[in-house]
Design a protein around this ligand. Sequence first.
Ligand SMILES: Cc1ncc(C[n+]2csc(CCOP(=O)(O)OP(=O)(O)O)c2C)c(N)n1
Ligand SMILES: [Mg+2]
Length: 567
Amino acid sequence: MKRYIDGGEAIFAACRALNIEYVFSCPGSEWAPAWEAVVRQKIDNVPGPVYLDLWHETVAVGMATGYALVTGRPQAVLLHAGPGLLQGTCAIHGALLAGAPMVVMSSESITYGERPGQDPGSQWYRNLSIVGGPQALVENITKWSNMAPTVEVLYEMVIRAGEMSMRAPAGPTYLNVPVEVLLTEWTPPKFAKSTAPAGRKITPSEEIEALVDRLVAARNPVVLTETAGRDAEGFNALTELCDLLALPVIEPQSAVCANFPRTHPMHQGAVADAFTATTDLVLLVNCRAPWYPPSNKPANAATVVIDDVPQRPHVVYQALFADAYLEGEVADTLRQVTAVLKQRGFDKKLVEERRARLTASHKSQLVKMQEAETMAAASSGPIDPVLLVKELREQLGAEAVFVDESITHSRLVQGHLMIDQPERYYYVQGGLGQGIAVALGVKLASGNRPVVLTLGDGTYLYNPVVTSLAASKDYKLPLLIVIFNNKQYLSMKFNHLRAYPDGAAVTHKNFPGTDLSTQPDLARFAEPFDMFSATISDVASLSGTVRAAVEAIRQGRTAVLNVMVTK
Ligand SMILES: Cc1ncc(C[n+]2csc(CCOP(=O)(O)OP(=O)(O)O)c2C)c(N)n1
Ligand SMILES: [Mg+2]
């Protein structure tokens, strides 16, 4: 056996230095050098990343995103040339929005066969060249994209791309590694070692003191957050602060993970309207888009932003109207504020009055939700989506992790799941069709915890269903996939109605662009994989079928539930 120590080995060595655990690969002809390295790593018993073959680029990138959402750690993704990269772009854009770190790599040729003794393959000359290089295809949707021009710099460039992807704002980086660079002999570094952990960035104490001044003086403060709970530390630090000072917390529609216990009396739902006129202090904690339209902010409030990256570089328009920024690590900043408040003390009477008022409004929101659930349970025929969410909540227990790619149902999912712990809810960002892949990545990082994906029928059809289910089967990653099936793109209809409430479509009851009534039975795509699958059309069979599906995933079998919903 000849040992080819070349660019393929350099990439794997760099992955080992970065402590990368998985290489998510959707193969192309450039990757034979990496496969040589994979096999050598195995036969030599060298600890290193697990290599996964996946049959669609969305699956490879989406899995890396899901894994990063849970762990915060970047993984490697290997795609093919320009075309594979293009197929992966929707999910790469999703990773950028989600702040999911990863290093994506693909190739081009730089010699087109003209270099004696090194044949990249004629397909690069015939079909695969991209003017400006493949990195140009992802310039706008990655944090950084470039070519690794020689094998001598490849190892450090992969390491740097990985380290960069982790730094705030975390997100995907891209490296074009030409075939010739991959095929060239490589000399490993003399002093290979693991990369150092990132340094910390802490908010200075005078900024903490100034915020505490504002907080104790405020009569009607309100907290809005989208991603404070991206990790348990942030979730717990926000809970402690808001509990101490009786601060109302709103998770607006733009919230993409669980940030604060839904069952906590200070949780005030998803709509800030009740506070708009009265609030005197708005605290935006990791909240990129609190108001819509952006100028619709409370008129009489000071705004304090707690965010390690307040201005998201990938966002085109963003207006925060900040009066102060605290830009250190969010969890640490929140803990510092809590500590200073405890030390300095505050007006207990004012805070307890506020707590009583907010507890009452939280309770009335709860009662409304319970009423909706009771009404939904009393119906027959197709299933009220509220009842479906209640059933999932009750049957899955507190361990389950939810990945949500639903559209018109997402508010119900977020509300009625009543999640009160961190790291149990993730909304899939970016274009539709990544949900199964992201859920697979979440499952890969979550061990025995059940993972549930909720999504609409249209969104299920956007997913690469066959290749995603194949990955679920091959890598033993059981999911419970729940389709909220209203046989249409309901959100498209809502958009149409908003602009043309009395137009031709309404008048003639004809809505182009929304109808999915010709769809086949979506559950049956799971059959060739010998997975659990069922279509539920009547409330009477809901509970029993959900129970059977939950049992199936507990036994390691993916389950697809196609649920006919009322709206
Ligand atoms: C890749 C991609 N293409 C198109 C869209 C536009 N789009 C947004 S929501 C939606 C409909 C989703 O339908 P479904 O999952 O059935 O949810 P419903 O609207 O019925 O709740 C579409 C097509 C998109 N977001 N992403
Ligand atoms: Mg639908």
